[in-house]
Design a protein around this ligand. Structure first.
Ligand code: ZN
Length: 459
């Protein structure tokens, strides 16, 4: 069966295939803005895209080029640098490192290219120059450059936003010197009081400033994937205006189709409502790991709903994920190692469910149907089939799946003794053992019904 996916532009489920004669499937996924930790809503999108990447690798082996960017200059990153009175690069380096650690813990494949906005300023300026020359952009009195949306009649096709709605949506941003409220910034003129030392030579070699947010993806796609790509994805929050603007800039610049297929994953709710720090339902991966949950369980829980529907995440859903993973581990151990066996057809329905518009809950359902219906036979072939299915879902059963280094046996032993002491309410002994653990360079983090060890933070 072929890989079919809903296309947000045509509103149809269509087959994915590479267009270029070289047979390479060109896949772009909008990456994070590195000014704070990514939350689990962000990771829902990245995990869904990771399953998509793994499925593409299976369909077009060795022929997938996956690019995901890092937004390391925009209003938010600059705002954070100003708030902390630290250089922009220091802020973005810090949050990029945490993002990468979280991605590794969640078993996300590394994209083939991970370009940064600051690493592609000339490419962005070059596109803006072309748009100015072609009359799709204009310079305002302060030296900023705006894209003129009336110059692109197809504007709004992706989000189906009408001109009137556009004016209503954008009134809040109408403080600049634009011709039309819908016009958006390609280049923002340097403002010393806001931008500090963040500035580059602008379009035409003049008017120092910085790129607008939207142009970075267009420029990095053009540089690393070419003028037309096969698939462009992101969270549904990026559909308007970000992706609409990417289409306008790119198609006006190159005169050809920008992305042949668009895919958007839906929002994550937590405890039935939108995530916010004030509601106490805002989680990063680190928050959940500190509560004793494994990143693999987080990944499993975030795949348990259809990616194109809102998913309600709860700590109960994480408990359920942990027990599902335990059952899978037991089943895998029962089968023994795969060796070099050819996979049996036992878990083919898992792959079929994913090929049918990335139906991850149906795939997880098919996984357990096969486990429950399993009859003893060729264990090695079934194990190979299980490993292949889990590989596409990116579920790594090897514990510990935290990605953290594991403690030496004597520290594990101390931790177990301390836990026993604590349960027996012998707090003096528990404190004494905690000190021994700390002396060995580890800290023990307790939760309600368990604990975990982490390398002690250096002062
Ligand atoms: Zn983007």
């Amino acid at each position: 069966m072929a890989l079919k996916l809903f296309d947000s532009l045509t509103r149809q489920t269509r087959e994915l295939a590479p267009a270029a004669p070289d047979g390479v499937f060109r896949f772009y996924n909008c990456g994070p803005t590195v000014y704070a930790p990514a939350h689990i809503g962000n990771f829902r999108t990245f995990i869904v895209n990771d399953v998509l990447r793994r499925l593409l690798d299976l369909e077009f082996p060795g022929k997938v080029k996956h690019v995901r960017n890092l937004t390391d200059v925009d209003d938010r990153t600059i705002g954070q640098a100003r708030a902390e009175r630290r250089p922009l690069a220091e802020i973005t380096r810090h949050w990029t490192a945490l993002f990468h650690a979280d991605c590794a813990a969640l078993n996300l494949l590394v994209p083939h290219v991970e370009p940064t906005a600051t690493g592609h300023i000339p490419e962005q300026v070059e596109m803006i120059d072309v748009l100015l020359q072609k009359g799709n952009a204009y310079r305002s009195a302060d030296g900023s450059v705006y894209f003129k949306i009336t110059s692109f009649p197809q504007y709004g096709a992706l989000s189906r936003i009408r001109e009137r709605e556009l004016k209503v949506t954008n009134t809040a941003f109408d403080a600049d010197h634009k011709d039309d409220v819908g016009d958006f910034a390609l280049w923002k003129a340097y403002k010393p009081e806001e931008d500090g030392d963040v500035r580059w030579p602008g379009p035409g070699g003049a008017f120092e400033g910085r790129p607008g947010w939207h142009i970075e993806c267009s420029a990095m796609i053009r540089r690393h994937l070419g003028e037309t790509i096969d698939l462009h994805t992101g969270g549904v929050d990026l559909l308007f205006p970000h992706h609409e603007n990417e289409i306008a800039q790119s198609e006006c610049c190159t005169g050809t189709t920008f992305a042949r297929h668009w895919y958007h994953s839906e929002h994550l709710l937590v405890d039935g409502t939108t995530m916010s720090k004030s509601k106490g339902n805002y989680y990063t991966l680190g928050d959940l790991v500190a509560k004793g949950y494994s990143p693999t369980a987080v990944r499993y829980a975030l795949l348990s709903g259809h990616p194109r529907k809102q998913l309600n995440f709860t700590l109960d859903s994480l408990h359920a994920a942990e027990s599902a993973l335990k059952a899978l581990r037991r089943f895998a151990q029962g089968l023994g190692p795969a060796g070099s066996a050819e996979p049996s057809a036992l878990f083919d329905p898992v792959i079929r469910a994913l090929e049918d518009d990335l139906n991850t809950p149906a795939a997880l359902g098919a996984l357990f149907s096969a486990v429950n219906a399993h009859a003893p036979g060729n264990a090695a072939a079934d194990r190979a089939a299980l490993d292949r299915a889990l590989g596409v879902l990116g579920l790594d059963l090897t514990p510990p799946a935290s990605g953290a280094p594991s403690a030496p046996a004597e520290v594990e032993d101390l931790a177990r003794r301390r836990w026993e002491a604590k349960k027996a309410r012998d707090f003096a002994a528990a404190d004494h053992i905690r000190a021994e653990i700390a002396a060995a360079g580890w800290s023990m983090l307790d939760s309600k019904d368990g604990y975990r060890l982490e390398p002690a933070k250096k002062a």
